[in-house]
Design a binder for this molecule. Structure first.
Ligand code: HPA
Ligand code: ZN
Length: 334
């Protein structure tokens, strides 16, 4: 308990959380009813059944199949607003001061929900959370890598005015990693980087894919950080590069266990990253599906690695430095 309080009070930043992955089963069933949506018969029928099924994902794809069905209950601007507000409230309660949150517009566009509906709800929640909790928040749009790059480019063009106005702050790449490597999206990233050079670029890489996915995300997509990236450990060269350039990895411990990327948190290269000076943050990924928010992930790391207070201070400092917020905000957070 004492260490949980210490971890809660640390100035934490979250850089890897999918808002659609914060959809708790209770809210999911409430929205299904509110929006008259019939879930497929393969989907769990009760909160209890969700808990049981979510506890036995075979791999990333097995999770994604539920994740995309789950988010199909999100329809109105208010739905997206409430979803994000619930996350911001929970993050605030966990002692998270700054959140950079992902969303997957293509999965909503495909169902006939407009970009403006999604982003307006999320953006309204970002502002209300700042007013209510004093937290800072940024939106990062992700492209679904299982869809063609042409769809990704269309989506970037659809969001052009939102990037222009600074409503969306970054670009990410998620979904099924191994069959859809970073190089497929070179044009999407270069298009956005040319048009809006201030935008932050990141990509999921090295979660199920090997270290070459990390190299290709850095070399070809020109990302300035890497989501997951735990398989960077396979290459001395990549480790040295991340350390030299202070490229942050957004590590998600409970996610890696639930998707069977590792058997237990203790297998993650947390100590190796610390020793080699590879900066990383600790994040929840899809907390409603993986059974824990940011503080639970911090606690899980502490249980496995028994880090010192000095090591924890280094971790949160790296998280602040790796954030896409203003220099002034970073100083406030430090
Ligand atoms: N990996 C890839 N795609 C995702 C994830 C993830 O961890 N979470 C939500 N979409
Ligand atoms: Zn993720």
């Amino acid at each position: 308990h004492k260490f949980t309080d210490f971890l809660r009070e640390l100035p934490k930043c979250e850089h890897h959380v999918h808002l659609e992955g914060t959809l708790e089963p209770s809210f999911l069933f409430k929205l299904a009813q509110r929006n008259h949506i019939t879930l497929p018969s393969s989907f769990p029928k009760t909160i209890e059944e969700c808990k049981q099924r979510y506890d036995q994902f075979a791999d990333l794809q097995d999770f994604l199949d539920f994740y995309y069905i789950g988010m199909s209950v999100l329809v109105s601007e208010q739905d997206f607003y409430e979803l994000a507000m619930m996350y911001f409230e929970k993050a605030h309660h966990d002692g998270c001061l700054h959140s950079e949150v992902f969303f997957d517009p293509q999965s909503h566009l495909q169902r006939g929900v407009e970009m403006d509906t999604v982003v307006s709800g999320f953006d309204r929640a970002c502002h209300d959370a700042t007013a209510k909790f004093g937290t800072s928040n940024k939106l990062i749009m992700c492209l679904l890598r299982h869809l063609p790059a042409s769809s990704g480019l269309d989506t970037i063009k659809l969001a052009d005015n939102l990037y222009q106005k600074g409503v969306i702050h970054g670009l990410g790449l998620d979904s099924s990693e191994k069959p859809f490597p970073p190089e497929l999206f070179t044009e999407c990233y270069s298009y956005l980087k040319n048009k809006h050079p201030q935008v932050g670029l990141t990509a999921h890489a090295g979660e199920e894919g090997d270290y070459t996915y990390v190299e290709n995300a850095l070399d070809l997509l020109h990302t300035t950080r890497i989501d997951h990236g735990i398989h960077s450990r396979q290459s001395e060269k990549v480790m040295h590069r991340l350390s030299r350039n202070q490229t942050m990895l957004t590590v998600c411990p409970l996610s890696n266990v639930k998707l069977q990327v590792v058997n237990e948190v203790g297998q993650l290269p947390i100590k190796v990253f610390l020793e080699k000076g590879v900066p990383f943050s600790i994040n929840s990924d899809d907390p409603a599906y993986f059974g824990g928010y940011i503080l639970d992930n911090y606690v899980a790391v502490q249980k496995s690695f028994a880090l010192t207070a000095a090591q924890w201070k280094q971790i949160v400092l790296n998280g602040i430095n790796g954030s896409w917020c203003s220099h002034e905000r970073k100083q406030e957070l430090t």
